[in-house]
Design a protein around this ligand. Structure first.
Ligand SMILES: Cc1cc2nc3c(=O)[nH]c(=O)nc-3n(C[C@H](O)[C@H](O)[C@H](O)COP(=O)(O)OP(=O)(O)OC[C@H]3O[C@@H](n4cnc5c(N)ncnc54)[C@H](O)[C@@H]3O)c2cc1C
Length: 593
């Protein structure tokens, strides 16, 4: 069975030592002590309430009967306990019953949820995305009607974009929205793959639906966003009569089996416009960006769970002898952690996890600044940074999540491939995060096609400047100087790749498309390298007075060294691939495939 212990020491290190930022306006009450106690409580909740339902939920899955979807045993009780603890509203606005916590804290809690039960996390996760879209684009009346109940978890939320013929290309949306005399709309169409579209956890389900008015312009510019409740709120704002919304079927899928993935029919359902007509994508992007960071966190959570499982096993499993001679001669064999190849796998996971956690926190802090900073210039700067890094963390963390889950299966050998230890479930559950919220290939296109050139590269500079300043400041560091020099070369590779793509793409957009995925990976590797060097520098400063904490900082130095020497070095190969250009990709004629 999978086990989990919240990595509180590392979380606190990243929040209080590495970042150590002053609270933003509105976050003053979240003192380090309060933040720590919330993290501790969250860790307990996830380990005690969510983890025990992870394997059973996977085995049982969701079921549908006459349009009614049943979640696995124990999910309803856990959902109620989750809401009683206020976890669903941790980050939401206090005026609607949320706790107004910083994203930095909320993301760490999300990581724990994803590590222990990613399927469960989908239900409140989708709601939080819908809450965010309504907070920003809803009318005052919509906010008053929906937000308190969604934040408390009494009602849940969905995002309904995908249709059978339309996934990535949302310009193809066909669902119709016809204006009514009373200001509402009638929504008709079929949506597929809708997470939490129907279930038995909440009293009502509030769908945010992309649809098209009859006279709307074609393509993406004619799409609008509507709020469509499953049960229509009555005059008192309570769940009332049924709306024309039904679940036709649920999907049978590779992983996240306890999360209901629904085919939803909207049949003349009553809905209300959110934001402006034909500007639905702008409103939906708020939700999608929040969701993309949420999905990135799923990758991180799975990677942490995989790492913990693999370490436990590698210390227990006795096979073979250390190449340097028996380490435990009194035992029948040495534990597999003595083998360099097993250590390679464990350290790869660890370096991904801790590096990603640090990078994720940097992005979350900048997200908090974008939302709460009073200084408009700083706010705008933070927004650009988050916009740039969102596709990077979404794709890089979820690729890493899957890679770590696969490595964990490998560390367990055959015992990882069978069900007993939970590793094969992690592998299956991790896979979807690379697909939904925009496939990772599409994230890469977003990075090179939109984020990189935006404002003549100003967004890029929000990342490049602090990295360049760090290299300049630390290249003569007595201990880390050489490592900083090596990192400088990796950063140089990123700059070269950026110029190369920018130049080539001007003449031929296909060149940018051909380079996109490798460029995003190169970017992610350099971003993690930056995080590792900052952590190593801090660890060196802390070590002399660390006392009992010394092993923690020592481990940072060793893991950082592994990352810089054995993972960051992949950037050279990536740069070579990028520079090879589109030729080899586009040469083979379609008919020869
Ligand atoms: C379990 C699950 C839960 C989901 N939850 C939701 C949900 O709650 N709400 C919702 O609306 N949707 C949801 N989805 C749908 C999901 O977001 C889509 O599956 C995803 O966006 C990809 O769309 P698609 O499956 O139609 O693939 P396609 O868009 O057909 O893409 C197929 C392949 O082509 C590539 N591709 C497509 N266009 C391009 C391009 N322009 N350039 C380069 N490559 C391209 C893609 O990267 C991909 O590899 C869910 C899906 C699943 C499986």
């Amino acid at each position: 069975m999978q086990t989990y212990k919240a990595p509180l020491r590392d979380m606190k290190f990243v929040l209080h030592e590495l970042m150590n930022e002053a609270p933003l306006p509105g976050h003053e009450e979240f003192t380090p002590e309060l933040v720590d106690s919330i993290l501790e409580e969250a860790g307990k909740f996830c380990a005690e309430q969510l983890l025990p339902l992870n394997a059973s939920g996977d085995l049982e899955g969701c079921a549908i009967e006459n349009g009614v979807v049943r979640t696995p045993a124990g999910f309803k009780a856990a959902y109620d306990a989750f809401n009683e603890g206020g976890w669903g509203g941790l980050e939401a606005a206090p005026e609607f019953g949320g706790q107004g916590a910083p994203a930095t804290l909320a993301k760490l809690v999300e990581e724990m949820i994803c590590a222990t039960n990613i399927s469960f996390g989908m239900y409140p996760g989708l709601t939080q995305g819908a809450v965010r879209a309504l907070e920003i684009h809803g009318t005052e009346a919509q906010k008053a009607l929906y937000l308190p109940k969604m934040i408390s978890g009494q009602w849940s939320g969905t995002m309904c974009l995908t249709e059978p013929h339309c996934g990535t290309d949302l310009g193809l949306v066909r669902t119709k929205a016809v204006a009514q005399a009373d200001g509402s709309y009638r929504i008709t169409g079929a949506k597929i793959f809708i997470s939490a579209g129907e279930h038995d956890l909440s009293e009502n389900i509030i769908h945010l639906v992309l649809a098209r008015a009859p006279d709307a312009p074609p393509g993406i510019k004619g799409i609008s966003l509507f709020v469509v409740p499953k049960l229509l709120p009555d005059a008192a704002g309570e769940a009332g009569a049924g709306n024309g919304v039904s679940c036709a079927a649920i999907e049978h899928k590779l992983g996240i089996k306890a999360s209901s993935t629904c085919q939803m029919n909207f049949d003349d359902a009553q809905g209300w416009l959110v934001g402006q007509l034909n500007r639905g994508m702008q409103a939906m992007f708020v939700m999608m960006n929040a969701a993309r960071l949420g999905v990135a966190t799923q990758g991180l959570g799975i990677a942490e769970a995989a790492y913990q499982g693999a370490v436990l096993y590698a210390k227990e499993r006795l096979q073979g002898r250390a190449l340097s001679g028996a380490k435990y001669p009194e035992k029948a064999a040495d534990p597999i952690i003595v083998h360099p190849d097993v250590r390679r796998m464990l350290l790869t996971m660890r370096a991904y996890v801790e590096g990603s956690r640090a990078l994720g926190m940097w992005v979350a802090r900048r997200l908090d600044e974008a939302n709460h900073e009073r200084d408009e210039a700083k706010k705008a700067e933070a927004e650009e940074f988050v916009a740039l890094l969102t596709p990077v963390v979404k794709a890089f963390f979820t690729d890493a999540g899957f890679e770590c889950a696969s490595l964990a299966v490998q560390v367990y050998g055959g015992h990882g491939y069978i069900r007993d230890h939970g590793m094969e479930q992690l592998l299956r559950d991790a896979r979807i995060a690379m697909i939904y919220e925009g496939t990772n290939g599409v994230q890469a296109l977003d990075l090179v096609g939109r984020k990189m050139p935006a404002n003549f590269g100003r967004g890029l500079r929000r990342f490049f400047h602090p990295v360049a300043a760090f290299i300049e400041e630390n290249k003569g560091h007595p201990v880390l100087g050489r490592a900083v020099g090596g990192f400088g070369k990796a950063f140089g590779a990123l700059q070269l790749a950026t110029f190369f793509i920018a130049e080539k793409a001007l003449a031929d957009a296909e060149e940018a498309g051909a380079a996109a995925t490798d460029y995003l990976r190169l970017f992610g590797l350099v971003a993690l390298g930056f995080m590792w060097l900052k952590m190593m520098k801090l660890a060196l400063e802390k070590l002399p007075d660390a006392g009992v904490d010394a092993p923690f900082y020592q481990a940072k130095l060793s893991t950082g060294r592994f990352y810089l020497e054995r993972m960051l070095t992949q950037v050279g190969a990536l740069l070579a691939v990028i520079k090879a250009g589109k030729g080899a990709l586009m040469e083979l004629p379609e008919e020869l495939f």
